[in-house]
Ligand binder design. Structure first.
Ligand code: FES
Ligand code: FE2
Length: 382
């Protein structure tokens, strides 16, 4: 069943961020609501991370209210303890008999990627056929990250990656051109753009440009590599969009910057400062601008309708191609190949390429999503 607001299910399959690895300290447990479910995320004293369905398989207490003891998450109700693989590993004194093996918590597939904890969600509970790639974080400075709760869908946030015209209309770039056609391969989509922006006072020249390379790994885990050739520096961004339930998503962004060799190439005044201070200032400026840019999309996403088929114009970018690619994450919908046979208005003005789709994880769900109202005040979570 599709939702009233979107003509597709509200919970597509994929890898989704459920937290920052550095924030989950050994011995802690966090109650979470994601994928329309109650969950318990925890780290053992030995450093292992586990994610369970929240309700204890014994009599249903919320494991997010439990405690970590050694390598076990201990339920607050009758003190059964569960290892990260879900197996019951404790024998409370009130139970004289052997604890049956079947009495186990349900563990979710969980990975650590680039400092984020990412969980595999599949409404049919099939194993993951792919994983997001790993970034070598060594060349980068530490991550900066922020998250919000938004009333939208992960497919809508992903669509912004190929919506070329909105880069000028919403994000105020002076120009935006595709560097190559959008390319898709299974659950991965790549796009690249050259963007031009007005320079701030004190920067060299009136304008500057940046090249960005976007990689979507499903609808939940995306990276953007940004290079500013004139300023001589680059950084990587993460955009992590996780369904909370049928109405809302957890939207997290992060930035990791390579320290610029010559901060004065970014802004003349920075040449007067000690290098560590100048690098800090560049990063703070970059982060502030990035967060401001990200937030410009929120009122649009929270109040827009999903028009299908859309009335596209030359210059819109390959929105149709993105939508066909995204169908693979819902088993209830035809795949890109199948829908290509259906006559629809096409919009791939920037051109597209598509390769075979060997690892697409077709999925479905029947969650519904109520219609979204006008934009509300945003709630930054961290
Ligand atoms: S409900 Fe968890 S141990 Fe009884
Ligand atoms: Fe945007």
């Amino acid at each position: 069943m599709t939702s009233p607001r979107f003509p597709f299910p509200s919970l597509p399959a994929g890898w989704y961020s459920v937290g920052l690895a550095s924030e989950l300290l050994p011995g802690t447990v966090v109650p979470l609501r994601r994928f329309g479910r109650e969950l318990a995320l925890f780290r053992t004293q030995g450093g292992r991370v586990g994610l369970f369905d929240a309700h204890c398989p014994h009599l249903g207490a919320h494991l997010g209210g439990g405690v970590v003891e050694g390598e076990l998450l201990v339920c607050p109700f009758h003190r059964l303890g569960f290892a990260t693989d879900g197996r019951c590993g404790s024998q409370p004194r009130c139970y004289p008999g052997k604890i049956p093996e079947k009495l186990s918590a349900r563990p979710w597939p969980l990975l650590e990627r680039d400092g984020f904890l990412v969980a595999w969600y599949d409404p049919l509970e099939r194993p993951a056929a792919w994983e997001p790639p790993t970034t070598d974080l060594v060349p980068f400075r530490p991550l900066r990250t922020r998250r919000w709760t938004l009333r939208t869908h992960t497919q809508e946030t992903g669509e912004g990656s190929v919506d070329l015209a909105h880069l000028q209309a919403v994000h105020q770039y002076l120009s935006a051109e595709a560097l190559h056609p959008v390319a898709t391969e299974g659950p991965m989509l790549r796009a690249a753009y050259r963007l031009e922006r007005r320079a701030a006072p004190g920067m060299h020249g009136d304008t500057f440009h940046m090249d960005i390379h976007v990689r979507l790994n499903g609808l939940g885990f995306s990276t953007v590599d940004v290079t500013l050739p004139k300023q001589g520096f680059s950084h990587r961004l993460w955009v992590l969009s996780t369904p909370i339930d049928s109405e809302t998503i957890d939207y997290r962004v992060a930035l990791a910057m390579r320290a610029p060799e010559s901060p004065e190439r970014v802004h003349r005044a920075l040449g007067l400062l000690p290098r560590p201070v100048a690098v800090e200032l560049v990063e703070a400026m970059l982060w502030r601008e990035f967060v401001r840019d990200v937030e410009l999309d929120f009122p649009i996403w929270e109040s827009k309708a999903y028009v299908d088929p859309p009335r596209l114009l030359a210059g819109d970018g390959p929105i149709g191609h993105f939508r066909k690619w995204a169908r693979q994450f819902y088993a209830a919908l035809p795949t890109a190949e199948a829908s290509a046979a259906t006559p629809r208005r096409q919009d791939d003005h920037a051109g597209t390429t598509t390769s075979a789709n060997p690892s697409a994880p077709p999925t479905m769900d029947d969650q519904s999503s109520p219609r979204c109202g006008p934009s509300e005040v945003k709630r930054p979570v961290t």
